[in-house]
Write a protein that binds this ligand. Structure first.
Ligand code: GLN
Length: 245
């Protein structure tokens, strides 16, 4: 059983809106506090992805401009590696702009950006208002994650994401807009691959999700050692209060 988590951040400079990269710091700390090694790798534009080089792949949010660069790279350079990683059960977390790019396409007016095609969803940039605010969703990642739980965070996106028939949502919207402001769905889940509009500090505010990702990425059946989460629990409570849940 590996005692080291290898995390690969995709485009950490371009896709890092709202300091989404902070999620990586949280993963590092929670591993190190438990004596689990942590290695951070990165994959930038033009670099193919080695599906076996990491246990967890991460991509943060981005502006449309930066997403454009990454979309073609994801679809052309990294697509095969990303699919192979998902097939072998690697964990993935994609936030907002990164989440949009996991799907088939992101339509911006006359232009359609390709996606990685890893999950069955499409995103269309709307002329309507941006979907902004505190958000809480109800998620059930199974008994090992404690059954039904609340993820609380913040969203800010112009894109509306619609899930296709083969996609499962990550959760149901309790407060906020979620994928499109209408469906009541938020995010996507395909096995160990998660996509969500909830920004950093997503994991610091929802440490149970961080632990679920770590356990899945390491293929651990037994629960991770508990930590003193007093501070994290109050951040979670505050995020829920802000969302009104
Ligand atoms: N540019 C995308 C949108 O506005 C994603 C934004 C983000 O990552 N916050 O929909």
């Amino acid at each position: 059983m590996p005692d080291r988590l290898r995390v690969c951040a995709l485009y950490p400079d371009l896709m890092n809106i709202y300091a989404d990269r902070g999620n990586l710091l949280l993963l590092r700390r929670r591993c190190e506090w438990r004596g689990i090694g942590f290695e951070l790798l990165r994959s930038d534009l033009g670099e193919p992805l080695d599906p076996d080089a990491a246990d967890l792949f991460y991509v943060g949010g981005g502006q449309d401009r930066d997403q454009r660069l990454c979309a073609f790279d994801l679809a052309e350079v990294k697509r095969a590696g990303l699919h192979a990683a998902a097939e072998r059960g690697a964990a993935m977390l994609a936030v907002c702009g990164g989440y949009q790019l996991l799907g088939h396409s992101y339509e911006l007016g006359d232009e359609t950006l390709p996606g990685a095609g890893l999950v069955d969803l499409r995103t269309v940039r709307s002329d309507g208002p941006r979907l902004i605010g505190n958000v809480a969703i109800e998620v059930d990642l199974g008994p090992e994650a404690g059954g039904r739980r609340v993820l609380a965070g913040f969203e800010n996106h112009g894109g509306r994401t619609r899930l296709g028939p083969d996609a499962q949502p990550l959760g149901r919207v309790l407060r906020g807009h979620g994928n499109d402001g209408e469906s009541g769905f938020e995010g996507v889940r395909r096995g160990n691959v998660l996509g969500t509009y909830l920004h950093g500090p997503l994991l610091p505010k929802n440490v149970w999700l961080a632990d679920w990702l770590i356990a899945r990425a390491l293929g651990r059946a037994e629960p991770l050692a508990p930590l003193d989460d007093t501070l994290e629990a109050s951040a979670h409570a505050e995020a829920r209060r802000a969302a009104g849940v």
